[in-house]
Design a protein around this ligand. Sequence first.
Ligand code: GCO
Ligand code: MG
Length: 402
Amino acid sequence: MKITNGYVNITSPGRNFITLKIETDEGIYGLGDGTLNGRELAVASYLTDHVIPCLIGRDPFQTEDIWQYLYRGPYWRRGPVTMSAIGAVDMALWDIKGKALNTPVYNLLGGKSRDGVLVYCHAFGKDIDAALEDVAHHKNLGYRAIRVQSGIAGLKSTYGVAKGPGRYEPAERGLPSEYEWETEPYLRSVPKLFARVREAFGEDLYLLHDCHHRLTPIEAARLGKELEPFHLFWIEDPTPAELQEGFRTIREHTTTPLAVGEVFNSLWDAHDLIRNQWIDYIRATLTHAGGFTPMKKLADFAELYHVKTGCHGATDLSPVCMAAALHFDTAIHNFGIQEHMPHTDETDAVFPHQYYFKDGYMYPGDAPGLGVDLDEALAAKYPYQRAYLPVNRKIDGTLTDW
Ligand code: GCO
Ligand code: MG
C-alpha cells in the first residue's frame, strides 16, 4: 500500500479543529487530529507545507520509520507545533493500518486490557454552592469521577469556570482576553470546596482538581496537604513543569496524588518526573505528544515507575483524538483515567464516531481503525475563526500563568 495524497481540513463548529486526512492507493484513508488551541494554523501550515509532500509514496504501515523520519529528519525537534503535526500523521497511519487489517486500533496496541475506560468530567460553579449543584448534575449523568472547580470570592474570573451560562470552553473568539489571579484567596477556597463536596456526596465519588500551573511548588505542597482529608484522585498541573525538580518539593510534603503533562510533547518533558516517582499520572495526549508511536513508549516507561496515564481530553482536542485516546486507554496496562469534556452537537455531527459513554465509562467501539470520520461537506459550513486562550494577570498587573 502507498500513500497517494494528504490534506488538512480546517473547521470551526463552535471551535477550531485541524484534521489531517491521508489517502492511499487502495482507497483506504486515515484521519489524525492536529489541533493546537490558539495556534491551529501553524500546525496546518507545518503539515501542508513541510510534512505532506514527504509522505507521498511511502508505505503507511511503516509507522515507526515514518515517525522517526518526521522527528529526527528535520533536525529541529520537539515543540507543540511540530509534535502535533507528527501526532496527526501517526494517528492517521494507525487508522489506515486498522482499516486495512479490518480491526480496531486497540487490537494493534495489545488488545483489550479492560472492558471500559473510566472517565472524569468537569463540574464547576461561580461559587461553592453552584459547583455542588453541578457535581450533583454530573453524578446523575452517571459519572464516577468528577473534576471540581469553583469561582473565587474577590476574583472576576478563574480557570475552569464559565463566565456566562453554558459549559466552560477555554478558547474565546477574537484576541486574548485577560483573566485575573491572586493565589492566597484560591488556596483558602479550594479546601473549603472539597470539604463541602465530600460532606454532600460522601466518599464514593472520585474527585479531581486542576490548578492549571498557577502555584509555586511550596504553595502546591500546602494545597496538597490541606486536601489530604478529602482523598482526591489527583491535583493536576500544580506548578509549571519546565523545572521538573519543582515536583520534588510537592512530593516531599503531601500524599495527594499528582498529575501533570497536558502541555508536554515528549517523553523527555516527563523523564525526571517519572524516574524519580515525583508524579502519579502523566497527562500527555496523542495529538500534542506525537501520536501512538511515542505515547506507547511513554506509557511503557511510566509503567516501570508506578506512574499511570490520565490523558488530556479537553474539547480543544477533536473527536479524532478522543477516539484515538480511547483505543490507547483500552489497550495499555497502566491506564489510570481519561478526561472527558463532551463536544457540542455541532462538533459531534462534523465528526461521526463509534465511541460512546455509559455509566461512568467510555468505549471506543469495534469499528476497524479509529472508528471516527469527518463529514467534509458539513465541516465546510464552519470556516476557521480566530480564537485565543486567555492570558492571566495578577491583580497588580503582572503577567502570570493562565
Ligand atoms: C484540562 C485543561 C484544558 C486546557 C486547554 C487549553 O485539564 O482540560 O487544563 O481545559 O485549559 O486544553 O487549551
Ligand atoms: Mg488541565
